[in-house]
Write a protein that binds this ligand. Sequence first.
Ligand SMILES: Nc1ncnc2c1ncn2[C@@H]1O[C@H](COP(=O)(O)OP(=O)(O)OP(=O)(O)O)[C@@H](O)[C@H]1O
Ligand SMILES: [Mg+2]
Length: 273
Amino acid sequence: MTTAPPTQHATTPRATAPDAPGAPPRAAGTDVPTLSLRGVSKRFPTGTTALTGVDLDVTPGEFVSVVGPSGCGKSTLLRLASGLDGVTGGEIDVAATTTSYVFQDATLLEWRSALKNVELAGELRGVPRSERRAAAQAALDLVGLTGFEKQHPRQLSGGMRMRVSIARALVAEPDLALFDEPFGALDEITRLRMQTELQRLFELKRFAGLFITHSVSEAVYLSTRVVVMSGRPGRIVDEVEVPWAYPRPPELRYDPEFASLTGRVSAALGEHS
Ligand SMILES: Nc1ncnc2c1ncn2[C@@H]1O[C@H](COP(=O)(O)OP(=O)(O)OP(=O)(O)O)[C@@H](O)[C@H]1O
Ligand SMILES: [Mg+2]
């Protein structure tokens, strides 16, 4: 899941992504996209075309949500971005040293404690024990799980398991963080709480984020930009910029301007599904 050791500067906001080996040279005064898709298509051997002609950039400090009808290719898009699967047309460039992936299910190892789940990536990379333990503890503190380090996943609620999963993703200080409907299985109250938490973490860490969701209000609340996809084969049919700075108060959801943005996204979804 991750490829580089965590840095010592856990809370320093990042203005730009570090240059990865082989990354394109940085143009003066501009941010190189951390993730760039150009004319990306994906056709599976079964004959299903999941995506067609997708152009999408995510620059450092951007949090982009993707909404679209079920089966339009959102998870496929994320898998392609992560390198778990390959494109059949177009190109993907990733200028990230470290990419993390948060799945819909928390996908924790049941026999390891919360702390040891978060430590795992560091362990696999050979990060010294005390260093990886300190980083894992800091990540658990950040997601509000101080005191739950020793609990095993089955002893945690769904929301807490998801927090562990997010701590595990963020402990490696990713430049690019990919989320596939991480809050889909949570009850509404926990989900709203997790949204508040995630945008606070985004404010601290300023990774480039790509977030898949079925919830239009979740997309608007979390993101700097919302991308709307058509029904399969998925392509991008609309983009809506979200203006508010972070951190965003939970009450933002009651703002008339917020309702107007969710209305625009919903209308685009309705037109193209
Ligand atoms: N490995 C695969 N082989 C063949 N077809 C696939 C494969 N993975 C996905 N598909 C097909 O590609 C299309 C897009 O699937 P994908 O999982 O990306 O949709 P999605 O937008 O994430 O849907 P949902 O919102 O329900 O999660 C679907 O028709 C699916 O059946
Ligand atoms: Mg999916």
